[in-house]
Design a binder for this molecule. Sequence first.
Ligand SMILES: Cc1ncc(COP(=O)(O)O)c(C=O)c1O
Length: 375
Amino acid sequence: MARFQPFVMERMMSKFEKAVEYNLSESGVHPVTFKELIQGVPGALDRLLATEMDYAHANGIPELRRNIAALYAGAGPENVLVTVGAIEANYDILAALVAPGDEIVVMLPNYMQIWGMAKNLRADLKTFPLAEKFGWKPDLDKLRKAVTKKTKLIAVCNPNNPSGYILTREEMEAVVETARKAKAWILADEVYAGAERVAEEETPSFYGMYEKVLAVGSLSKAYGLPGLRAGWVVGPAKIVDRIWARHEYITLSVSMLSNHLAAIALSPEVRPRLIRRARQYIRRGYPVLEEWMKGQGDIFSLTPPQAAAIAFVRYKLKVNSTKLAARLREEKSVLIVPGDHFGLDHHLRISFGLPHEILRPALGRIRDLFVELRK
Ligand SMILES: Cc1ncc(COP(=O)(O)O)c(C=O)c1O
């Protein structure tokens, strides 16, 4: 059997997120209820009750594709493929574009799906870093060095998981310029766009900056709807059709109910309410995390995340992050993601986009473990 690179973080979360008392491993905000989603939307319940449990359009119902396309300047429904979460969008894109031996360049740290898939596809994997010592700014020289004429695809995550860094316009242009020179595709995973902590402006998409961009989005993070399992890719119609051909092999379509609920979520009437809600969780949760960090002396340091509901905190103890996370889980029933999962030990990824009554006691338990470790 071929060597297989497991998705280490998702394996850990799949196994333990429902088993612990406090789950601080999620990167999105506290989830929306069905009631909250459809409340105040005229006719929504009747519409759902009347929906036939048929196969949906394999590429997404037209209303949903129209609502998604409206988020990207210059895009139409023919540019959109609806997938089972952003995770399927990323998967299908790689399946369509990357063959064994193809060179791909991935931003690190990152949600490690594309990194792991590149290994499983036997691609020639190169990376470029976001530099923590420069507030997680991308090292563009390293990007330029990594990209060659053979580079097929450059994968970025903006806003970034786990650092919450948002690329500046100049940095985005530099990525585009580098890709253009190599005629490489840009896979822009933009699932945290809309979940900005400080800025009011939504993070702009790479879509429209260059003709070879595939922009990936999802309802899981900025909309608080991970359980709908609805994501998408937006790109040139011809290549979206090729990606769709992979989608047919693996999921065929997103469920009919999810298609309708996603269309409601992304309607101009509901979308602003969901974005406001996510930002509220992020903006109210962050000061609690910050205050908690200050209460631990100088053990923690953090570049404040500009977006997403996660903080990638560095700690000063000589304890490995995987071991620390395991103790936290076993002894305190709290799940967080160890820095090891991003190739950066001595960090912890901690969610904070949660109600205070969950966040405060969970952080209290992490503090208790750190008190014990320091003794
Ligand atoms: C950067 C990034 N991309 C994709 C995903 C997968 O999201 P979805 O729930 O839409 O499949 C995640 C989930 O954490 C993520 O952080």
